[in-house]
Design a protein around this ligand. Structure first.
Ligand code: RAM
Length: 362
């Protein structure tokens, strides 16, 4: 088990955040809550106008899918910044080193034992974490999922980076543009149980099946690199061997796309087989510059962690109960609303290519 101490996460958080939080402008005005504007008080709870929540007696712990993932590092940097800024008495990061189904259960149990007030988790399996999360809620903790959701009845809120369908459509548009609207594609995903990747893949499949514009695109294989660099690299190699007529690989995971790019960059397929999906600009820059990759996308992971920390504070302080329509102020990122399914959206995806990749540093 790994428990990073607060000093480590704070320092790493500050560094990563300086690099990352500026990706997108605030998508909403702080200070525009109903209470500020003098609007009638509705049944939905509203944010404090300045995002101050009294959590000085409360603790928050972040549990990512896995610790050794650069995406998680950036996300947790934002989470730590948010937790410190809003005033939790303590914040911790704990989690497994691999993203397998049940790897987070013992960490959740330990937080229940410790009486942690807010648990923020990116679930490796939407169901496997549920009994432990239920114990946490029964013991009085608030549970906020971020990045990868649990089953909806096991958490109070899900902080979703971007609407899942929009993520899927962005990837489909990118691959379609790069293969001229027709061809054989394969998907190299994270783990087979990852709720976020599975939701995106499902929307891609549905869109191909229902949208004339994509009728000539065929998914010929789906493989799982488990967000493990070596396994992802081997799966990429296996795909190209198994499908000599492959036109593109779509990898909806930062670990998978980076490993696949590394394989392609020194192979005969470089520049011939398209690679796109979701990646961190700092991990993908060299592959864009050497012609292995043309375009991929992502959102700002730091914002995801930051909004999750503020959502936890809003719940813990009693400012919101997490009902649809509730609003809270996520610090410098402004007001957020709890939407259908008790989901809070963070930002928009950005496409990275040779023209803009040097503008980003995360
Ligand atoms: C990987 C993880 C994470 C996902 C990103 C895009 O780092 O699977 O959950 O959101 O990729």
């Amino acid at each position: 088990m790994s428990r990073l101490n607060r000093g480590f996460t704070a320092a790493a958080g500050a560094m990563l955040l300086m690099a990352s939080m500026s990706l997108t402008a605030c998508s909403s005005d702080s200070g525009s809550s109903a209470s500020d504007s003098g609007a009638e008080q509705s049944s939905a709870a509203t944010a404090s106008s300045d995002g101050s929540y009294d959590v000085s007696d409360a603790t928050i712990t972040f549990i990512p899918k896995q610790l050794n993932n650069p995406f998680s590092d950036v996300m947790l940097g934002g989470g730590t910044k948010g937790a410190e800024e809003v005033g939790f008495s303590d914040n911790q990061v704990v989690g497994p080193l691999e993203a397998s189904s049940s790897s987070q259960v013992s960490f959740i149990n330990a937080e229940v034992q410790a009486g942690t007030n807010v648990i923020v988790i990116a679930a490796n399996d939407p169901d496997a974490v549920c009994p432990a999360l239920k114990d946490a809620r029964d013991a009085g903790s608030y549970v906020v999922t971020f990045d990868s959701d649990s089953s909806a009845d096991c958490r109070d809120l899900f902080i979703n980076q971007v609407d899942s369908k929009q993520v899927a459509l962005t990837m489909l548009e990118m691959v379609s543009e790069q293969i001229g609207g027709a061809g054989n594609i394969a998907i190299l995903s994270a783990t087979a149980t990852a709720a976020n990747q599975n939701a995106w893949i499902k929307f891609i499949e549905d869109e191909i099946a229902s949208n004339e514009a994509y009728k000539d695109i065929k998914i010929v294989d789906k493989v799982y690199g488990d967000d493990d660099d070596t396994k992802s690299f081997q799966e990429a190699q296996g795909l190209l061997q198994a499908h000599p007529d492959l036109d593109a690989i779509v990898s909806p995971t930062t670990v998978g796309i980076a490993a696949t790019a590394r394989y392609l960059s020194t192979s005969e397929y470089k520049g011939k087989v398209v690679l796109t999906g979701l990646g961190l600009p700092n991990e993908m820059r060299s592959f864009v510059k050497d012609g292995t990759v043309t375009e991929f996308a992502l959102w700002d992971p730091a914002q995801l962690g930051y909004v999750a920390a503020y959502a936890g504070a809003a719940l813990q302080s009693g400012a919101i109960t997490g009902e649809v329509g509730d609003t809270f102020v996520a610090g410098e990122l402004g007001e957020r609303t709890v939407e259908e399914g008790k989901v809070v959206l963070v930002g928009d995806p950005v496409r990275f290519n040779a023209d803009n990749i040097d503008d980003y540093d995360f």
